[in-house]
Ligand binder design. Structure first.
Ligand SMILES: Nc1ncnc2c1ncn2[C@@H]1O[C@H](COP(=O)(O)OP(=O)(O)O)[C@@H](O)[C@H]1O
Ligand SMILES: [Mg+2]
Length: 370
């Protein structure tokens, strides 16, 4: 798996760079705490994605930004203005829903410009703005088509365009791609990013799909059980997960719990019986309990022993062919390791039961202490 490159970030953050500031936000539904003391900022023009498992509080947080849900505690400001007393219809936000909510019996033009009509724009202005938006959406010439004639991906783009045409300061997107099939979803991920870049608007996107988060976003917030666990660029969150939950939720990983020993470099004696030499860092404690995370694509599997800081002998337990790459499950003692390799030459594939060398360098072993 690949992560998008780290995008450039301003060295300092001034008040005018901040589009959204959320501080100590909390939402209780009776006994249940859906959002549990969340604080973060979104920069002007940023594509910010909130990612986390179903039920962790993403939609509730997004609805609070839109003004559709009152906060139990904490505050939200958008473009420097406190939103507490501002009703939904007065907020500078617009929402794109999972179920699109397009009008099936209206054509593309009528759907696209519905918000503008509500705002009282004349038909000629609406025509002009619709044509511009169809350009951005790469749907030139579709104005007079019926909604039902469009494919799922085209309808998705119309729903997005309709929200964008009202020129919100903040566009709120709640899992807008989850009804699309995998191929279309991948295409739309890239489209979303392109449209965002064209319009320089601020996107707040929520999804349980970590792949969308990694490919499309400037920064990601990872949420679990009502709490924001980590905020960072896709690369930071993938390479330097703050907790075992983040390591396992964003991408695949081999995660081991064990005892940290900093006496002679950083090593972790895993409870499963491996001694792993890990990357040195200043923030790792000298001793105590911890985790070490090793991404499958960082582990080499070979017929002969692997020359690396961590090198073991193992047995191929399983092999999962995925076209462009192949995942080997290798047992080392009682441990089952997942290793992902490019599937180069069919003749070189290792078979179940083969004795193999497995290895990875210390830089690929990331220590996590909560
Ligand atoms: N209106 C509501 N009344 C009671 N509980 C709710 C309400 N809305 C959401 N919840 C609960 O709050 C939690 C978070 O829900 P939600 O924000 O929809 O999560 P997500 O979007 O991450 O799947 C869930 O346990 C959900 O059942
Ligand atoms: Mg939701």
């Amino acid at each position: 798996m690949t992560t998008s490159s780290t995008r450039s970030e301003p060295a300092t953050e001034t008040a005018s760079d901040v589009a959204v500031a959320v501080d100590g936000l909390r939402k209780e539904f009776g006994q249940l705490t859906a959002v549990d003391g969340v604080s973060f900022t979104i920069r002007d023009g940023e594509f910010f994605t909130l990612v986390g498992p179903s039920g962790c509080g993403k939609t509730t947080l997004l609805r609070m930004l839109a003004g559709l849900e009152d906060e139990t505690d904490g505050s939200i400001s958008i473009d420097g203005a406190d939103m507490t007393a501002v009703p939904a219809e007065k907020r500078p936000t617009s929402m794109v829903f999972q179920d699109l909510a397009l009008f099936p019996f209206k054509n593309v033009f009528e759907n696209l410009t519905f918000g503008l009509k509500m705002q009282g724009e004349s038909k000629s202005v609406r025509r002009e703005r619709a044509e511009e938006m169809l350009d951005v959406l790469d749907l030139q010439g579709y104005a007079d088509n019926e909604i039902e004639e469009l494919s799922g991906g085209e309808q998705q783009r119309i729903a997005l365009g309709r929200s964008l045409l009202t020129e919100p300061d903040l566009l709120l997107l709640d899992e807008p791609l989850s009804s699309l099939d995998v191929k279309l979803r991948k295409e739309m991920q890239l489209e979303l990013r392109r449209i965002h870049d064209d319009l320089e608007s601020t996107f707040f996107y929520v999804t349980h799909d970590q792949e969308v988060a990694l490919t499309a976003s400037d920064r990601i917030g990872v949420m679990n059980d009502g709490k924001l666990v980590q905020v960072g660029t896709p690369r930071e969150v993938y390479e330097e997960p703050a907790t075992p939950f983040v390591a396992e939720f964003i991408g695949d990983t081999n995660l081991f719990e064990g005892e940290i020993d900093e006496a002679d470099g950083t090593t972790v004696e895993t409870d499963s019986g491996l001694e792993i030499v890990a990357a040195d860092r200043d923030d790792i404690p000298d001793s105590g309990r911890g985790f070490v995370s090793v991404r499958p694509e960082r582990i080499t599997v070979s017929e002969s022993s692997v020359d690396a800081d961590n090198s073991f002998e193992g047995t191929v337990a399983d092999r999962i062919y995925q076209g462009d790459d192949i995942t080997y499950e290798v047992t080392v003692g009682d441990v089952r390791l997942q290793a992902e390799q490019p599937a180069a030459d069919g003749d070189d594939l290792l078979a179940r039961g083969d004795t193999v060398g497995v290895g990875f360098d210390r830089e690929s072993a990331y220590v996590i202490t909560e």
